[in-house]
Design a protein around this ligand. Structure first.
Ligand code: NAD
Length: 485
């Protein structure tokens, strides 16, 4: 017990102990073991981070973009060197499998790589002769201090969706990790420290609601990138708006995957497995509801059950394990509640993950792959985000019926169609109101140079994370109109 580390904040280039007496336990979800304690930082400590970032801004802003980019080259190299260590840390605090964690670190590195292109990404534009002998240019300028509020499910990648673009643009930054999985952000910040960024440019403050509110209410901070659940996202968006701040709020989801009669069933079923059960369903892009056209419903269901039964559940650190535990005992209980609700609602439970046992890990928060058939669109299991390994199958009679079901759901993060028809694929792309669309792809996750979109209750704001949206979010346009006498 005495060896359990108490995590530190990183403020103004120094690792500092929090004076807070309010410490929370961080557990390894596969073993239930206590691995760290995380402080809920005091308001003063959060203010110190804001002041440090604000103080560092003028100088960082004047550091030329190509020099700023070089820090990210260094960061990328260090991340490559420590790749395996960073991935293992994600597994230990989040529970996903080592391969999934490697994917997470790779996606994070890609965001760092994109940020090294900042000298050209940040360019403005111009026009000669907007009036006789008058020219006009647009400059993109950094604004000051930005921060992110991160979720537990991608504890390393999510801060990297924002931090590299923000800082490369010349802003300074504060990361507030999830208190449930805060260690990966610490490891990342150690890499940042080693990369030599000047003090105050990037800071890390642990905490939860109070810390978030201090950052949101500060007259100094310019904008927030939030990733988390929809109810919290709404609060954050409103609070940011009340203070005149920029906000990009990536929120919860319920994603529908439509399988047409002309789909390649074998490959589709494999894609549906990773979509639904990858990261134990704790993914905002998880395909949670399968809309199966009646012509292929029976053979598809058979394939899905066969494949789901084969998934090896266990400690994500063991190679060959295909699905890890849920993040907390509470998440496990919530998922089991949903399964019981599905039964009460009248769905047919084809595969029940409630009693899964993992050898050697009696205290892990495991739930096995679960499949419901005969699900109706109005059931809770088809409507609400479960964030666990539960697949709901709805039999549909027509393409139009499927689209109606997708559109009746309040979320709009992602959806996919599986088909060999270009006509259906185009139709689906054209009309479906979700921000990320997959065509024969189960997890439509945009790469770093594309925006991570999201619509309806899955996103509040206008400029998304990543891609050119990020550059515009983290800069302000200034127009200069010139005439020389
Ligand atoms: P969460 O909403 O519980 O927490 C997210 C962050 O908000 C944490 O840092 C937390 O400390 C902070 N927070 C909590 N309450 C707050 C409040 N009242 N005011 C301000 N900040 C507050 O989310 P989670 O459980 O950590 O993450 C899972 C959720 O994230 C799921 O709903 C998932 O769909 C969503 N998610 C969305 C995306 C996306 O891109 N759309 C990506 C990943 C995860």
């Amino acid at each position: 017990m005495t060896d359990v580390p108490i995590l530190k904040n990183y403020i103004d280039g120094e690792w500092v102990e929090s004076s807070s007496k309010n410490l929370r336990d961080v557990l390894n979800p596969a073993t239930g073991e206590l691995i760290a304690k995380v402080p809920m930082s005091t308001v003063d400590e959060t203010e110190e981070a804001i002041q440090a970032a604000n103080k560092a801004f003028p100088r960082w802003r004047r550091t030329i973009p190509i020099t700023r980019a070089r820090y990210f080259f260094e960061m990328k190299n260090l991340m490559e060197e420590k790749f395996e260590e960073l991935a293992r840390q994600v597994v230990i605090e989040n529970g996903k499998t080592i391969d999934e964690a490697r994917g997470e670190i790779r996606r994070g590195i890609e965001n760092v790589e994109v940020a090294t292109g900042i000298p050209s990404l940040m360019m403005g534009y111009n026009a000669e002769d907007v009036a006789p002998e008058i020219d006009e240019i647009v400059l993109r300028q950094p604004m000051g201090v930005f921060f992110c509020l991160a979720p537990f499910n991608f504890p390393s990648m999510v801060p990297l969706w924002f931090l590299p673009a923000a800082v490369a643009c010349g802003n300074t930054y504060i990361v507030k990790p999830s208190p449930i999985a805060p260690i990966s952000a610490v490891r990342l910040t150690e890499v940042i420290d080693e990369s030599g960024f000047p003090p105050g440019v990037i800071n890390l403050v642990h905490g939860d609601v109070e810390t978030a509110n201090t950052l949101l209410d500060s007259p100094i901070t310019k904008g927030v990138s939030f990733v988390g659940s929809t109810p919290v996202g709404r609060i954050v968006y409103e609070r940011a708006a009340a203070h005149g701040k920029r906000a990009q709020v990536q929120a919860g989801a319920k994603n529908f995957l439509l399988v047409m009669p002309d789909a390649d069933l074998e490959r589709t079923a494999s894609a549906l497995m990773t979509s639904c059960y990858g990261c134990a369903g704790e993914r905002c892009l998880a395909g949670a509801v399968i809309l199966a056209m009646e012509e292929i419903h029976e053979p598809l269901v058979q394939l899905l059950v066969e494949k789901a039964k084969m998934i090896r559940v266990g400690n994500g650190l063991e190679e060959g394990v295909q699905m890890g535990p849920l993040i907390t005992a509470k998440s496990k209980a919530r998922t089991i509640d949903f399964i019981e609700r599905g039964l009460k609602e009248g769905a047919t439970l084809l595969l029940d993950g409630r009693d899964v046992k993992v050898d050697g890990h009696p205290n892990g928060f495991f739930v096995g792959p679960t499949i419901f058939d005969d699900v109706k669109p109005n059931m809770g299991i088809a409507q609400e985000e479960i964030f666990g390994p539960v697949m709901s199958i709805i039999k549909v009679k027509s393409y139009e019926e499927a689209i109606k079901i997708i559109h009746a759901n309040p979320y709009g993060n992602a959806s996919s169609i599986f088909t060999s028809s270009g006509k259906w694929a185009r139709e689906f792309t054209y009309e479906v109101q979700t921000g990320n669309i997959g065509i024969n792809i189960g997890i439509a996750a945009p790469v770093a140079h594309f925006p991570f979109s999201g619509m309806k209750d899955s996103f509040f704001g206008d400029l998304h994370g990543q891609g050119t949206d990020a550059i515009r979010f983290f800069t302000e346009d200034k127009v200069v109109i010139t005439r020389w006498f």
